[in-house]
Design a binder for this molecule. Structure first.
Ligand SMILES: C[S@@+](CC[C@H](N)C(=O)[O-])C[C@H]1O[C@@H](n2cnc3c(N)ncnc32)[C@H](O)[C@@H]1O
Length: 182
């Protein structure tokens, strides 16, 4: 996999906005599905043609108030060319669904946040995908610390050969990046 990365100490919000502007640079129209939309801070700073946000917390932003995982299967992904997955941790389950959904349009920018440290649990989807559930239970911290590496291996398995991201390291390993659906 080709990985273009920059290490930075800048504040997360500026980096997140930067990576989104990079991701949409060559798009004629920007139609965003924001799966973890929060207060819409990031996309409020970027011009879009269409924006649909979802957040589990009420009155946080201009969003559909729902658990993304409850509504995801009913969203028509063909209506969007940018899908933002600014979750806490690493949403392996949603990336798997995204990359296996037929109506995902080729060229769609998928923007990810991948955050981990040795105490951040890895989702079962990833354990199953790499067949390490048994070993994981014996020494979870060893696997948790490598979750971002698993994430990139996971994307490779689903055909993604190039990602662009910013990496920040404090108490957590944080990657803010995007890739293009094939
Ligand atoms: C890192 S913040 C996203 C911030 C957002 N990008 C912004 O610009 O404000 C993660 C958001 O995910 C929301 N969240 C967590 N679990 C969720 C779920 N299962 N479904 C929908 N939203 C969820 C949280 O309420 C939080 O607002």
């Amino acid at each position: 996999m080709s990985r273009q990365s920059t290490k930075t100490d800048n504040k997360s919000i500026a980096n997140k906005i930067f990576i989104r502007k990079e991701a949409i640079k060559n798009l004629k129209e920007v139609k965003v599905l924001d799966l973890f939309a929060g207060r819409n801070v990031l996309w409020n700073n970027i011009k879009t043609d269409k924006y649909f946000g979802i957040d589990i917390q009420e009155n946080k932003g201009k969003n559909l108030n729902a658990d993304t995982r409850d509504v995801f299967d009913n969203i028509d992904l063909s209506q969007f060319n940018v899908i933002d997955c600014d979750s806490y941790g690493i949403a392996f389950d949603l990336y798997k669904k995204l990359l296996t959904r037929n109506e995902l349009q080729k060229g769609t920018r998928i923007i990810y946040t991948a955050i981990t440290n040795e105490f951040t649990k890895i989702q079962n989807v990833a354990k199953q995908e790499f067949n390490f559930k048994h070993f994981y239970d014996k020494a979870p911290s060893l696997f948790n610390a490598r979750a971002i590496e698993f994430f990139y291996e996971f994307l490779s398995k689903y055909g993604i050969s190039e990602v662009n991201y910013y990496a920040i390291r404090d108490n957590f390993d944080k990657h803010y990046g995007y890739f293009i659906a094939i």
